[in-house]
Design a protein around this ligand. Sequence first.
Ligand code: ZN
Length: 173
Amino acid sequence: MAGIGYNQRDEPICASRQHDGDRLPPRVAAGRQLCIRCRNQVEENLVELPALYELCAHMLDMRHHIREQAGDHGARGTELTDTVVAIRSDILGVLASWCGLVTGERGVTGPDELSIRRLTSFLAIHLSWLTEHTAAPDFADELAELASTARDVLRHDIEPRGSMFEPASRRET
Ligand SMILES: [Zn+2]
């Protein structure tokens, strides 16, 4: 058999989509389904998602307030508002479904309320178990996608107002 050797070893490779396009996706430690980088990313996303979730809520409040002040009851901005509402609901839904997998398969009691912090803390507690689960790559990918969608939406809201940090190249000198 031809080849340079790496892929002929028995260690499984990390199946997360984060490595799409990598010629040699990282291998995973015995018993795990995620590489160290993806595991760290999951940990970061579990910390970041509650903050993003709350920033999205803040953004909805602000938009509601601005529209009321302006007497604007039209459709402008509705699309963005809908997107923010949808991403918040996706975040809760996806996290809750992973909590469901843990409670179902481990026979443990899940979070007692559908709150973002309860859900993420619960998943953080069971993170080691999750990284050994065959569905771990999906778990990592779904969290990464939620965080990235939320970041994009928040960025989209900030940009139209203009940045205070104008690139030096555009400044008059
Ligand atoms: Zn990985």
